[in-house]
Each structure stands twice: as structure tokens, then as C-alpha cells.
Design a protein around this ligand. Sequence first.
Ligand SMILES: *Cc1c(COP(=O)(O)O)cnc(C)c1O
Length: 363
Amino acid sequence: MQIKCNVLDRQFEMFQAEYEAAALRVLRSGWYVLGSEVSAFEEAFAAYTGRNYCIGLNSGLDALILSVRALGIGAGDEVLVQSNTYIATVLGITENGAVPVFVEPDEYYNIDTAKIEAAITDRTKAILVTHLYGQASQMTPIVEIAQKHHLELIEDCAQSHGACFDGQMTGTFGRAGCFSFYPTKNLGAFGDAGAVVTDDEALADKLRMMRNYGSRVRYHNEIEGVNSRLDEMQAALLRVKLLHLDALNAERTVLARRYDEMITNPKILLPRRREGAESIYHQYVIRCTAREALQAYLAQKDIQTQIHYPIPPHLAACYQHLGYHQGDYPIAEQYADEVLSLPMYTGMTKEEQCYVIDCLNAF
Ligand SMILES: *Cc1c(COP(=O)(O)O)cnc(C)c1O
């Protein structure tokens, strides 16, 4: 049996009639970028997250870059970020000339809240929290620390659509919640898309200008903007998927429980569940000290797995100039050497999953 790490077309097939109707509606509308479909999706996603405003953008990376920029964070400013996050989180900082200051993760793969305060300096302007793999970070102390030190709080929710901490939706704890709708995300489009949610009217207004060349009124460019517009097609398709997001997340939870219960190989460390932070399992990430051997073994059995992520940002080639070395963030480095994401996708059959589990247990 061949098992891919991710399969996107089964999700499409589940709601095919709805997607096709939405796509045709856009094609026939004669209006393709920033229109009524975008507004309708923004309204629906703001309501879903419980925030006042949603600004649709081109990508999750843009959501991060523009949020940092709109909050006035730039050259020389420091932003705290966990050392095992995806490169895009860090690019959201460095793209503005600001400096990422890494904080090691906890055993749930999110920022270790006990290590945040030691990383704060006079130049720290913000904490950028990633709810990695779909599990919310420990937000109570993070919010407290941000308030105490007058820091902005920005959330990278690219992997946490619908994930909550103590019943509160991720993306609603800080000033801005940044989402990606890249096709593989839990709320994925059929191309690139992203959004910021916020309760801050001024920030929403600024982001709306920034995404469209810095203008509120066409050709009246009030600030230096970019082109990060969301198109009508993605917005219309996202609105369809949003209706099913909770059910799709619930399906992943069922798959995760089966992995939790049936993987019994002592060489494999299963993901831990943080009290009060039910994961939406964007990835189901195990750890194994013999990760390379395990991945190769699974590949032999025709099971595809992925590594999120093999190189922590401080060791990425693009950040050599920051001057970090192997050993600077040992926990992130250890995770990079040991993590493995198992196949997990909408429409995964019990038979497929049990084959993966049997192979994992036989390793
Ligand atoms: C996917 C992702 C992003 C970037 O989103 P894009 O839409 O690909 O630009 C940012 N942060 C995290 C944690 C992600 O997983």
C-alpha cells in the first residue's frame, strides 16, 4: 500500500459540488480581485475567530510581514520568537529589518514561557508566538509577560485554524493573528492566500491600505504599500471550506487519537497534549532518536513522511549573517534531528492508517 504524507484531492472531492459552484460564480462575475467574495470571507472568518476585523492577504508570510510593519517594528527592534518555528515566522521579522531573538521551545513544541523573560532587552518590541503543529501555545503567561513589559503580541496561526487555548481561539490573544491558507493548511485554499485578524480598528485600516499599494482610494497612496491582495476565487473557495473546518479538524483529531492509542513502539515519542490546548493536528509529529533510519524504513514500506523542520532558523543558510552556531539552541536542534510528521489528511482511511501504525510498531 502506498501512503502519501498529505493528500489534498480527497478533501476537494468531499465538497466538490460546493467548490465548483463557488468557482463558477466567481468566473462568471467579471470581478476577480478584492471584491464581494473577499469581503464575505473576511466577515465569515472574523466571525469564526471572534475578532472584529479580518484583512485578506496574499499569503501567511505577508500576514506576518505586514503585521510587524504596521505595528511600527523595524530596524534594530528585537522580536522574540521560538527557535524551532518555520522560517516564515522569522522572515516576518527580518523582512522589516528587525532582529529575531530566539527562545527555546517546550516539550509541546511551542515557545517555552519560562524562558521568555530572560530574552527581553531594552530593544524588545514584540513576542511572535507560533502555535506549531496545530497546538496552542501556553497563552496565559505569554499574555501576562507581554502586558508586563509593554510588548506587542503577534500570533502566527498558520497551523492553528480553529485551535483554542482554554476555550479561546488562537489569533485572538494578541494584537494580530496571522493566518496562512496555503493549500496544505487546515483551512487551505487552492492557491496562495492569508489573512490577519484583529480587534484594532487602526491596525485593520492600515493593513487594508498596505495590501493595496498603500491606498484607501485608488491612486491616492497614503503610505508605502505592497501588493498583497486576496483574489475572489480563493476567497470564495475558502468560504466553502470554512463551513466544514470544524468537522475537518474533528476528523484529524480522530486520526490523531488512533495514532496515540495504537502506536506502541517504545522507540517512538508521541506528541503530548497540553492541558487546555486541544490540537487541530496540522501535523502529527513524533520523535525518534533513530529518525533517519525510521524514515528510510517507512519509505521502504511506501509510506511517505516529512520533517518539520530539518534545519532550525538560526542555522539556516540565509541567516548565517546573524552569527549563530550549532549548539546555540540545543533543544531546537535536537527536535530538528528527531521530529517526523506522520501521514495525516482528510479522508485517510482506517486501513491506510493501520498500515502506517503496523509499520511503525514493527520498526
Ligand atoms: C505556512 C506557514 C507560514 C507561511 O504561510 P504562507 O502562506 O506559506 O506564506 C508561516 N508560518 C507558519 C508556522 C507556517 O506553517
